[in-house]
Write a protein of this length. Structure first.
Ligand SMILES: Nc1nc2c(ncn2[C@@H]2O[C@H](COP(=O)(O)OP(=O)(O)O)[C@@H](O)[C@H]2O)c(=O)[nH]1
Ligand SMILES: Nc1ncnc2c1ncn2[C@@H]1O[C@H](COP(=O)(O)OP(=O)(O)O)[C@@H](O)[C@H]1O
Length: 206
């Protein structure tokens, strides 16, 4: 599929800092817009329906799967999460850059569909720091944190399948790296589109 906008996909183990990084990127760059996923997990403290996620029941999620409403969906940490077609296609067709914060299974599915998508994996600096970020965030019970840490090992084993890797040790440095990837990707596709337009012109194809 080909849209005028760019697609960025950010994956990371829980607690590595992807939501914080993506939020900061969007504050600095209004051309990057979020894709709001659907999930069957319950909202955390400050989360709002339609902002962080569309929080839906298992039945509602099933109905969307049946209706083929998702570009991708996956089971993550005992819940289901999915990117609806509506969440990305409308924005991308208008030329916006869309950023998806999804797990590695979804990221790899997106790359199959949108070959031009840039996939970015965020790593924490260490296991100890990952655990302490999850604890400091204070949003999940210790059981939930243990599940997330166990899943983190499997998730981190997928890192080599991603186009870019960022180590989120210094937050400012990681934001800079993310901004640089976005910038480089824009230039790359701009150059490709120009080259294609010139080829078409030379061949007298509109
Ligand atoms: N495949 C897929 N994964 C998603 C989607 N939305 C969120 N996720 C992932 O689900 C996992 C859990 O997300 P969340 O419950 O918000 O926890 P957090 O990662 O600790 O903030 C993370 O890896 C998210 O990136 C989606 O639409 N599709
Ligand atoms: N570079 C960093 N240094 C220290 N703490 C960080 C850093 N990046 C994020 N955090 C903190 O770690 C916790 C987890 O970050 P969050 O963005 O919620 O992660 P994720 O979305 O990957 O689960 C939050 O409390 C956040 O403020």
């Amino acid at each position: 599929m080909d849209y005028p906008g760019n697609l960025f996909v950010v994956a990371a183990p829980s607690g590595a800092g992807k939501s914080s990084l993506v939020k900061t990127l969007m504050e600095l760059d209004s051309h990057v817009q979020p894709s709001v996923s659907h999930t069957t997990r319950a909202p955390r403290g400050q989360e709002k329906h339609g902002r962080e996620y569309f929080f839906v029941s298992e039945t509602e999620f099933d109905a969307m799967v049946q209706a083929n409403a998702f570009v991708e969906w996956a089971h993550v940490h005992n819940h289901r999460y999915g990117t609806s077609k509506k969440a990305i296609e409308e924005r991308m067709s208008q030329g916006a850059d869309v950023i998806l914060e999804i797990d590695f299974q979804g990221a790899l599915q997106i790359k199959q569909i949108f070959a031009n998508a840039a996939t970015i994996f965020i790593l924490p600096p260490s296991w100890e720091e990952l655990r302490s970020r999850l604890e400091r965030r204070g949003e999940d019970s210790s059981e939930v944190i243990e599940v997330r840490l166990q899943n983190a090992a499997l998730e981190m084993a997928q890192v080599q399948q991603f186009d870019f890797v960022i180590i989120n040790e210094s937050f400012d440095r990681a934001v800079f790296d993310l901004k640089s990837i976005v910038h480089a990707q824009r230039l790359k596709y701009l150059a490709q589109r120009r080259a294609r337009a010139e080829t078409f012109k030379a061949l007298h194809i509109s």
